[in-house]
Each structure stands twice: as structure tokens, then as C-alpha cells.
Ligand binder design. Structure first.
Ligand SMILES: Nc1ncnc2c1ncn2[C@@H]1O[C@H](COP(=O)(O)OP(=O)(O)OP(=O)(O)O)[C@@H](O)[C@H]1O
Length: 597
């Protein structure tokens, strides 16, 4: 024989309060939602019927209860039996179980949320000229239905829901709380809501087409709205519209940089009822510089009504909104470039991240983002125009080593060391084949250094040999060349493979046996090029050093030039380097200070 499931209402309420809803405050939202749906149902047949919801907190009912009265369609006795006595039954779904488009509710559980704050719910309702029906439900699952005794029926069509507060839930019924919740959830609803006689609804949303005025006036209105509701004055406002999602609204461009990973959520209304102040997934990740306020009729809520349901419509909406923000950026570039510059100053990281995948954004960065170069700040577009090829250093350290020397050689170099900059430069030729780029490494400079005159070179061989001896134990090769600027005595140049080898060595010194073996194998894959100390024969001091007769002084001077070149190029100082800097400094000082012990 068949049996019917039994439902333990206390268990269900516990489930709702602890696992579905984030806070008991949703009770007021559910009551408002039912009232609005009932009014919508009535006005479908009676377009001029009143659309009013009155909320009376305990202070005005005088009997400790809260009452919500609507001018909606009401329920017949049969409907009360069918709808209020069955959990999960809703009048807002069609025969196939799909949510009916015109209503906010759909699940048939909303009324139960009142048990989060009440022990008892009373519904007094009248449909058309039918008798008034009274339904009383208790948190333990009992309920009763009766017709209102003669003479006590409702004067008007509609419904009054009365909550008898639970003892520990008083705070949810205080006038300020109820007013705040009514404003929060319902300020944009298309009905008039009063709490304790005070209207809490504020008409249509400020971005709605029905709000008149010039575009500039509407923009001012939206900026005022952002200040009041979101707490900031936006950099700009972008109107949003996605007809397939029934979505309208505005994106407010944040006036200050934000951490892309910790972005604020969006304020989302569904059919003008607040869904959440912190929706995620409404915009693509890259658009973290904007915070939206939108109202949509077709996007779906999750059952808790506190988040958007992730489906294909949300996905296509996200794309469409992304396109609208992208179009705003492109428009700003062509009509208000200085504003775009200001925007980039604030949000360049996000835009650059986007430029790694998006051609239009790449163009934007190329045209408008000033980069550091050794000939001053300029955009990549300007750099190309002036210098043709985009030469760049891939790290900040490489740029520091290169900048001065390259400038003296008339070589313009971009610092590609900041976040995303090298990737952005390297993506340029993929989008425009006419762009030439070249990564410059410090060792590339040696090809631009002049060899010495053969006679001079020969004469200075003994000096180079002595210098080499002084630096042998540091694994560095000494070279003598002539280059600009003459003010620079020496350059320490490390090739990429040598830098890698140095890192490997440092790691190996700290690694345990197993890893040390692996690192050894890697290191032995090829002999590294040795770093070079390139002394500049055009530098007067270096010239004088080359003519010194005292081998000890030559050693000290070369060591000091080595140390200075390390510091100048921001190279890491190993313990052996530090010891050498120390001893050469003291040695030179000892020579410089006259007198006997
Ligand atoms: N104020 C009201 N006026 C008329 N009918 C109401 C009212 N409140 C509730 N009802 C009826 O009771 C049913 C159940 O309401 P409930 O709030 O539990 O679910 P729902 O609104 O259908 O869906 P959801 O769970 O999404 O809120 C509704 O479908 C509606 O038919």
C-alpha cells in the first residue's frame, strides 16, 4: 500500500534558518514578495486596482504582532487549503512547474521563512466577493482553517498576514529594523509600501527609462544615487542594458584602485526586489574596476534568493555587460583621452591584465599608458614613432643595468619589468605585424663596445692579466673596452644563462641531498658563460689605474671597481663580494691616509 511522506516542520524550519537563508531578516522580504505578487495577480484582471502594502509593527498594532496588509488578489477557501497547507506548493508556477514570468516567488516555501522569527502565522484573506478565510499555522506543523464569523470579514479584497513574534526574535520587529528592511529590499518595488504609515518605496530605479530629464541630469542623478547607496563618487557612470535578460542598470567606475581579487559585489534587483548587495559573476573578472546596480526580470535567483543562479543566461549576460564596459573604454579613448589617462592611472593593472587577451585593450595600453624608458616616460605608440623598433629590458634589474649605457649609445630602451609590461610588448607583433620588438640584454651591449687600438691593447695585456688574477676567485672575467659614457668606469654584465647558473648555485648550497643531486645535474647541462667586468678605457680613472706600477694597488683598485659596478647594476652581493668590498675599501683607505703606526 502507498504512503505519503510526513514532513517535520520544525526540521524544515531549522534547515531553512541554518542552511538556506543567511539571516532571519529575509522574513520581511518574503512577506513583501507575496504581497506584491498578489497585487500583480489582481491587476492582471483589474488594472486599476490599488497597489498598496501596509506594514504595521507591534508598536502600532498594539497586540504584540506584526501585520502586513495588501490589496492583492486574496485566496478562496479552496486555495487556502491547497496552497497554504502544502509545503512546496505555489500558485506561481505553470502546469509544467516553470516559474511564471510575472511573479517574484516560485518555490512555495517563502511563507515558512516567517517561522524563523514567529511562532504563529495568521492569514486573513478575501478573494473577490468570496467569504473571508482565516488560516492559522504554528511552527510545530499544526494549522487550522475557518471562515471569518459573520460581520468580521474583510471589508476589502486582499490579505493580511499576522506574525506572532517568537520570544527571542523581538529585535526583528522593532520599527527601525522593519523600516530599514522594507527600504533595503523593497524601495524600488512597483507598489507603494508603508511602514507605520511612512512610505518606504522610492519610485522607479534612477536609471529607468521612465525617469525623465536630459542625459546630463540623469547622470547627475545616478552619481547622487551611487554616493548615497554605494558610498562613493564614481569616476564615471556607464548605462547598462541587456534586453534578453530584461536587464537595465548602471555600472559605476570605481574612483580608487581595488585589489582585483577582493572586488566588491554588485547590487542586483530581480523584478525590482533586492536580491543581493554582493552578487558575484555579473561582470567578467577583468572588469573589477566597476560596481553595478542592475534590475533584471529574466535572471534566476537561487532558492535562498540571495545570489544569482549560474546558468547560460547569466553567462551571456556577463559577456554582454563586458562588451558594454569595453565599448565605454574605447569611446573614452577616442573622445576624452585625458580622462582615459586619469582612468589608467587608477586602474592600469586591470586594463593591462585584460590587454594580455584582448586586442582592443592592447591597443588602448599601447596608445595611452606611459611606460618608463631610458629617454623619459612615453607610451609604446610614441616610442615606436620616435625609435621604430621597441627595444625592451625584461626585468627592472636588467633595465637599471642597461639604461644609462644604452642611452649613451643612443639606444632607447623600455623598462618591461613592471607587471605585465613585457608580455604586453611581446604581444604587440601578434596583433600588428609591422611592430618590431627586440629584447635587450645587458650582454648585448658588448657588441656595441669598441675594441682598443691593437697597440694599446698589447701594451695593456699585463694590466688585464693582473686584474684577472685579482678577480679569478669570484668567477668573473675582466675585459677592457672603450665605450660611452666616459663617466662610467666599469660595467658588470651577466648573461641570462650566467644569472640562472648563479641562482642554481645559491639554491644548491641550501638544498638537501636529493635536490642537490638534481640541481647538480641541471647545472652540468652546459658550461655557463662567465659574468664580465668590462672596464671602460674612456674613463680617466680607469686609464690611470691601467698605468699603475704597484701590483697590490692594481689589485685593490680593480676589486673596488668590481664592487662599485656590482652596486651600480643592482646585482646581488654574495658573501664573497661583501668581503671583497670590505677589504678593498680598507686597503685603499690604508693607502690614502698617510702616516705610520
Ligand atoms: N499575501 C498573499 N496573498 C495571496 N496569496 C498568497 C499571499 N501569500 C502567500 N500566498 C499564496 O501562498 C502560496 C505560498 O506562498 P510562499 O510564500 O510559501 O511561496 P511562493 O511565494 O509561491 O514561492 P517562494 O517560495 O519563491 O516565495 C503562494 O504561491 C500564494 O499562492
Amino acid at each position: 500500500m502507498d504512503h505519503t511522506f510526513q514532513v517535520d516542520l520544525r526540521g524544515i524550519v531549522d534547515l531553512l534558518s541554518h542552511h538556506l537563508y543567511g539571516s532571519p531578516r529575509v522574513y520581511l522580504r518574503e512577506l513583501l514578495q507575496n504581497a506584491v505578487d498578489a497585487i500583480t495577480a489582481r491587476r492582471a484582471n483589474e488594472p486599476t486596482a490599488p497597489a498598496v502594502v501596509r506594514i504595521q509593527p507591534p508598536t502600532s498594532t498594539g497586540d504584540g504582532t506584526l501585520r502586513v496588509t495588501d490589496t492583492g488578489v486574496g485566496l478562496t477557501e479552496a486555495q487556502v487549503h491547497e496552497l497554504l497547507a502544502t509545503i512546496g506548493r505555489s500558485s506561481k508556477r505553470d502546469e509544467l512547474g516553470f516559474a511564471r514570468h510575472e511573479f517574484l516567488g516560485q518555490f512555495g516555501i517563502g511563507l515558512l521563512s516567517c517561522f524563523l522569527v514567529a511562532d504563529e502565522i495568521r492569514v486573513q484573506t478575501r478573494h473577490g466577493d468570496e467569504p473571508t478565510v482565516l488560516w492559522t499555522g504554528y511552527a510545530d506543523g499544526r494549522y487550522g482553517i475557518q471562515l471569518a464569523p459573520a460581520g468580521t470579514g474583510r471589508a476589502e479584497q486582499g490579505t493580511t498576514v499576522t506574525l506572532v513574534p517568537r520570544r527571542d526574535a523581538d529585535q526583528w520587529f522593532a520599527v527601525p529594523t522593519v523600516t530599514e528592511l522594507a527600504r533595503l529590499f523593497g524601495s524600488l518595488l512597483p507598489v507603494t509600501v508603508y511602514v507605520d504609515g511612512v512610505e518606504t518605496t522610492a519610485g522607479p530605479p534612477p536609471w529607468a527609462a521612465t525617469v525623465g530629464g536630459s542625459p546630463a541630469a540623469r547622470r547627475d542623478e545616478l552619481i547622487r544615487y551611487a554616493r548615497e547607496t554605494l558610498g562613493f563618487t564614481p569616476f564615471d557612470v556607464v548605462p547598462l542594458s541587456v534586453p534578453e535578460a530584461g536587464l537595465t542598470g548602471a555600472a559605476f567606475v570605481l574612483p580608487a584602485p581595488v585589489n582585483p581579487a577582493a572586488r566588491a559585489g554588485h547590487r542586483v534587483y530581480l523584478k525590482r526586489m533586492l536580491l543581493t548587495e554582493g552578487a558575484e559573476g555579473l561582470l567578467p573578472d577583468w572588469a573589477f574596476f566597476a560596481q553595478c546596480v542592475v534590475d533584471a526580470s529574466e535572471l534566476r535567483p537561487t532558492a535562498s534568493r540571495e545570489a544569482l543562479y549560474e546558468d547560460s543566461l547569466l553567462e551571456s549576460t556577463r559577456e554582454a555587460l563586458g562588451d558594454q564596459l569595453r565599448a565605454w573604454l574605447v569611446r573614452l579613448a577616442s573622445t576624452e583621452p585625458h580622462r582615459l589617462g586619469e582612468f589608467l592611472q587608477v586602474h592600469h593593472l586591470g586594463v593591462k591584465a585584460l590587454a594580455l587577451h584582448d586586442d582592443e585593450m592592447l591597443g588602448l595600453v599601447e596608445q595611452w599608458w606611459p611606460m618608463e624608458t631610458n629617454t623619459g616616460q612615453m607610451t609604446l605608440a610614441e616610442f615606436r614613432q620616435r625609435h621604430g623598433i621597441v627595444r625592451y629590458a625584461a626585468t627592472i634589474d636588467e633595465f637599471r643595468q642597461l639604461a644609462a649605457v644604452a642611452a649613451a649609445q643612443d639606444l632607447a630602451v623600455v623598462n618591461g619589468g613592471y607587471t605585465y609590461d613585457t608580455e604586453i610588448i611581446e604581444r604587440l607583433p601578434n596583433v600588428d605585424r609591422s611592430v618590431l620588438i627586440e629584447r635587450l640584454e645587458p650582454t648585448d651591449l658588448t657588441t656595441r663596445f669598441d675594441a682598443l687600438d691593437p697597440g694599446v691593447d698589447l701594451a695593456l695585456r699585463p694590466f688585464v692579466k693582473a686584474a684577472q688574477q685579482a678577480l679569478d676567485r669570484l668567477g668573473c672575467e675582466v675585459v677592457l673596452r672603450a665605450y660611452d659614457p666616459p663617466s662610467l668606469p666599469a660595467l658588470y654584465l651577466v648573461s641570462r644563462s650566467a644569472a640562472f647558473h648563479d641562482q642554481l648555485q645559491a639554491t644548491r648550497d641550501q638544498a638537501d641531498e636529493v635536490w642537490a643531486g638534481v640541481l647538480d645535474a641541471l647545472a652540468s647541462s652546459g658550461p655557463p658563460e662567465r659574468p664580465q667586468l668590462v672596464l671602460n678605457h674612456r674613463n680617466p680613472l680607469v686609464r690611470r689605474v691601467t698605468t699603475l706600477g704597484d701590483p697590490e694597488l692594481v689589485g685593490l683598485a680593480v676589486e673596488a671597481l668590481y664592487g662599485q659596478a656590482l652596486l651600480l647594476g643592482y646585482h646581488p652581493i654574495r658573501p664573497a663580494d661583501a668581503a671583497l668590498l670590505n677589504s678593498s675599501f680598507l686597503g685603499l683607505l690604508g693607502r690614502a691616509v698617510p702616516g705610520q703606526e
